[in-house]
Design a protein around this ligand. Structure first.
Ligand SMILES: Nc1ncnc2c1ncn2[C@@H]1O[C@H](COP(=O)(O)OP(=O)(O)OP(=O)(O)O)[C@@H](O)[C@H]1O
Ligand SMILES: [Mg+2]
Length: 235
């Protein structure tokens, strides 16, 4: 088991955002988290990357993360590509990417991963010397994913990578994410585009009001009447 979450709860003051949720991710697995606005998707990813305190079991490769400070989580192999991207708009594309490798010191391995990111998103090599603020939203999302990859994750957390992005770029980004998984990286992706998520993920959890409402393989959920009506718009 790569990630094992049991009875996890998160509260913001008195407001409970996640209540007793349990889920797991196997090595190399692609898991999607679907759910409406405010369901707790971002909160879940923040709890895993320890930027938001949680209670309950949070084990990564059998070791509890509950005592690991957020700055040390990347070193464990978990990289978080957050909602809203959080890039440095006035720095170049290349500088932003390299910031993802700040804990690493093997120059040859870092260069190999930069080449891998450029292979996934060729536009980032072309625009390497440009400041991020001059890129389109979709291109900025590519930088955010690339930066997370530069941390060499064995688990990549992606928070709504397709939000606000034009269809063609969105398909390109989902294709790249699938290739990242095929390279051996496990992925936990929060996403509101249920159709795309069900197409590329192995398994899905549906979060509703801080609870896991449904879970199963993508094939199971794609043929579930409730999911079809509530998330796929099929009558
Ligand atoms: N910093 C915060 N302080 C207080 N409440 C918060 C905070 N962050 C999130 N919440 C609340 O926690 C709940 C879950 O929020 P969260 O951001 O995890 O949802 P989400 O599923 O990611 O939604 P979206 O799809 O809109 O991104 C919401 O009710 C939200 O208002
Ligand atoms: Mg969110």
């Amino acid at each position: 088991m790569l990630l094992d979450i049991q009875n996890m709860s998160v509260a913001y003051g008195k407001a409970v955002a996640l209540e007793n949720i349990s889920m797991h991710i196997a090595e190399g697995e692609f898991v999607a988290v679907l759910g409406p606005n405010g369901a707790g998707k971002s909160t879940l990813l923040k709890a895993i990357s320890r930027s938001q305190p949680s209670t309950g079991t949070l084990n990564f490769r059998g070791e509890s993360l509950q005592t690991v400070p957020s700055h040390a989580v990347v070193g464990k192999g978990i990289c978080h590509c957050p909602e809203g991207r959080r890039l440095f708009p006035d720095l170049t594309v290349r500088k932003n990417l390299m910031l993802g490798a700040y804990l690493r010191n093997n120059a040859a391995e870092i260069q190999a991963d930069l080449d891998m990111v450029h292979g996934l998103f060729p536009i980032l090599q072309e625009r390497g010397a440009q400041t991020v603020s001059t890129l389109s939203g979709g291109q900025q999302q590519m930088v955010a994913i690339g930066r997370a990859l530069m941390g060499k994750p064995s688990l990549l957390l992606l928070d709504e990578p397709s939000v606000g992005i034009a269809h063609r770029l969105k398909m390109e980004i989902f294709g790249a994410i699938k290739r990242i998984q095929q390279g051996g990286t496990a992925i936990l992706m929060a996403e509101q585009d249920a159709q795309s998520a069900l197409r590329i993920a192995d398994r899905v959890y549906v979060l509703e009001h801080g609870h896991v409402g449904r879970e199963g393989t993508s094939a199971e959920l794609a043929s579930d009447d409730y999911i079809r009506q509530a998330y796929l718009g099929v009558a």
